[in-house]
Design a protein. Structure first.
Length: 179
């Protein structure tokens, strides 16, 4: 592997091209699209193997990037606890767990658009009849087994959080010269 050390100017030029990839099946994300478009962040809509969002740095021969470089990272977005509970029902659990298995290929995080997510979880403040203690155990077990984290995020900050998650990952890789 060739390691290249970029200057700060080169790194900034590359990071301005960081493109957020949105899965074709992602829904009800107007607030995220609005944020990314307002900030003039490049977007690409394509099918992802896992997660709702990922990122890439496009080819830039001038700076020695010979091909598009995809970050080995994904974000799954859930609107609230009820959506998570729905993914753990017997008929949909297999699809959710299969996505977690596929996510083992890279870094993975699940963002929940509810800053009170954990509090609601332990108090049972969701529509599902899932016992709070059992649900907590199930989610903690999944996190341990599949090495991901669940992070509560305000809906109004979701676009910002998605972008900066990938931005700083890409910056770290560039500093290491890992591309």
């Amino acid at each position: 592997m060739i390691h290249y050390h970029y200057t700060d100017t080169e790194m900034n030029k590359i990071l301005k091209t960081l493109t957020i990839i949105i899965d074709t099946r992602e829904q009800k994300n107007t607030h995220i699209l609005d944020y990314l478009r307002q900030k003039e962040i490049p977007l690409k809509i394509q099918k992802l193997d896992y997660g709702d969002y990922s990122a890439m740095i496009p080819k830039n021969e001038e700076l020695g990037i010979q091909r598009d470089i995809y970050l080995n990272s994904a974000i799954e977005r859930k609107a609230h606890m009820d959506e998570i509970c729905g993914n753990l029902q017997k008929d949909t659990q297999t699809a959710f767990e299969n996505e977690l298995i596929r996510s083992q290929k890279g870094r993975f995080v699940l963002f929940v658009e509810d800053i009170e997510q954990y509090s609601k979880l332990i108090k049972g403040e969701y529509r599902s009849r899932y016992d709070p203690k059992a649900l907590l155990g199930r989610l903690e077990s999944f996190q341990a087994k599949y090495n991901f984290e669940i992070v509560p995020v305000k809906q109004t900050e979701m676009g910002n959080r998605i972008y900066h998650r990938f931005y700083y990952q890409a910056k770290h890789y560039l500093k290491r010269g890992a591309f």
